[in-house]
Design a protein. Sequence first.
Length: 90
Amino acid sequence: MSIKSVKIYIYKLVCNMLSFDMEFFLDRNPTRESIVHLLKKHGGMSIDDMSKQIQITPMGVRQHLLALEKKGIVTYISKRKGIGRPGFIY
């Protein structure tokens, strides 16, 4: 295989992965689907903001985000808010 054909193959593979149905990764869990849709719609959000939007406890949101993070669907960044522990934006 030439380098060009390998690049084309990788490009097609990535395109197929991006268009793959996310329900497979979300285990058809409506709460996780809501979290992913919120993040797609609003961009980065804090756990508190997500819990207010989907009306579950922040701990519930954390548990769902942990499962989504383990599957590679979401990531987070640390954001300082002053003194104390930094917050996370997903």
